[in-house]
Design a protein around this ligand. Structure first.
Ligand code: SF4
Length: 454
């Protein structure tokens, strides 16, 4: 496998490898990646594997390959933007704290003290912060509320810092969610310089790739929810209060979105959890007026924001959010694309669509355990979209496929787009390229040493 990965990197060719747990595939791709000297992104499905790569596998390989310390690998472990603190939001809140309850005040104090010392802004450093903290959700660095280069904190922003670190790294470890979130932001921004956080790289390795299709489907899908409506009106209200721009017209526009959204979402078919929304046409025949009224309310909010006499930078972001919600709502209700499924999901508090069910936190109880409704459009086949929206730089016309098996596993033919390129190997097999081939002996010694150490 190591040899196949090395060839794929050199020839800029796609490679698909199927191998069970414990076959050593992580080391088999890390070794040629390190050897290549190219910048590579490794995307995994789970946090456990990310941590294993960052804290164990890469350092162990580095020690084995460069025992004299003659080369130092630069490795970066990146999480989703909502794991990092947005300094601008924290500073805005400091000027005008809108906190609810003792719990939030205590959390705010802890975050404000930590901000002065943290190097990364990663919330994992704040062990005492509850996982579903409502305050953190108001302070995180997610993309849809970020002002980008126009932000006055841009130079000191944790996301800017993370972007810089990634640009200087040889290996960047991310998860599939971050990878596809980044890709969809870049596609939307059509190459704007501050869009996305991942730098250009020579190759991407997807480990735990069985989860790719679902994650990509979610990111290339469209979602509209009560939560987005609530957050938009809340953010507009806060900004207007802070900037003393509140007018009766603005107040009317905010109220209208709140009321229309509440009514529209309450009319959607009722059922628990996630279910298909097959009756969109009939629903619109019956409730077309309420649908149009919500559209109109979003339009009005955007228009009122555009007419504000002085416009702090956030106004442009909020106007864009109102307009986007309007477009997305029309898409999920009216689009007839045969490659898309439409569904509804009801979840408590801030759960994202498709997120696993979990127990309510104290914040959720504090929020009254409100249910959020998500309207979702998800593509059925993401391959087409990926091909259409990305410019493949590697050859996919003749992908190589390799299936590895553990000793004792039954021999099965490999499934592959081109079965002539498929090979079944097992460690120790006389035909194993790692043994029989010309893979450099020093690398092999490192690989065998690591296997022995495991
Ligand atoms: S650049 Fe974006 S994430 Fe960073 S501090 Fe400013 S608004 Fe927050």
């Amino acid at each position: 496998m190591a040899q196949a990965v090395e060839e794929a990197l050199e020839e800029k060719r796609h490679l698909i490898v199927e191998a069970g747990t414990g076959t050593g595939k992580t080391l088999a791709y890390l070794l040629p990646v390190i050897r290549s000297g190219k910048r590579v992104i490794i995307s995994t499905g789970t946090k456990n594997l990310q941590e294993q790569l960052f804290f164990k596998d890469v350092p162990a390989l580095e020690r084995a390959l460069f025992p004299e310390g003659d080369r130092k690998l630069s490795v970066c472990y990146m999480k989703g933007r909502n794991n990092y603190l947005c300094r601008k939001k924290l500073f805005d809140l400091t000027d005008q704290p809108v906190l609810s309850g003792l719990e939030e005040i205590e959390q705010y104090r802890a975050i404000a003290a930590w901000e002065k010392t943290t190097q990364t802004g990663d919330r994992a450093e704040l062990a005492e912060l509850p996982e579903a903290s409502a305050l953190w959700h108001k302070l995180d660095a997610r993309a849809d509320t970020c002002l980008g280069q126009k932000c006055k904190e841009w130079e000191h922003c944790f996301i800017t810092e993370m972007r810089r670190r990634a640009a200087e790294s040889d290996i960047i470890i991310v998860n599939h969610h971050l990878f596809f979130a980044d890709l969809s932001i870049k596609l939307e921004a059509e190459g704007a310089p501050d869009a996305g956080v991942l730098p250009e790289c020579a190759a991407v390795i997807f480990d735990e790739a069985h989860e790719l299709e679902e994650v990509a489907g979610n990111f290339f899908g469209i979602s509209v929810s009560t939560l987005q409506m609530d957050e938009l009106t809340r953010d507009v209200e806060r900004l207007l209060q802070r900037e003393k721009l509140y007018t009766p017209q603005m107040s009317g526009a905010i109220q209208s979105v709140r009321e229309r959204s509440q009514l529209f979402f309450s009319l959607l078919p009722a059922s628990e959890g996630r279910f298909a929304f097959d009756s969109r046409r009939e629903f619109l025949e019956e409730n077309g007026e309420e649908f149009l009224a919500l559209n109109q309310a979003l339009y009005r909010l955007g228009a009122e924001l555009e007419q504000l006499p002085q416009k702090p930078e956030e106004v442009f972001t909020l106007t864009r959010r109102a307009q986007q919600l309007q477009v997305q709502l029309r898409f999920v209700m009216e689009n007839e694309d045969p490659n898309t499924v439409f569904w509804i999901e009801r979840r408590g508090f801030r759960g994202a669509p498709g997120a696993p069910a979990r127990r309510k936190s104290s914040d959720e109880k504090h929020a009254g355990g409100r249910t959020n409704v998500f309207l979702q459009a998800t593509p059925i086949e993401v391959g087409q979209i990926l091909r259409a929206r990305t410019r493949p730089r590697a050859r996919f016309d003749r992908p190589l496929a390799l299936r590895l098996r553990k000793p004792g596993d039954p021999l099965r033919p490999a499934r592959s787009a081109r079965s002539t390129h498929a090979t079944v190997r097992q460690p120790g097999d006389r035909r194993d390229p790692a043994v029989a081939g010309d893979y450099p002996r020093t690398r092999l010694r490192a690989l065998h040493q690591l296997r022995a150490d495991e």
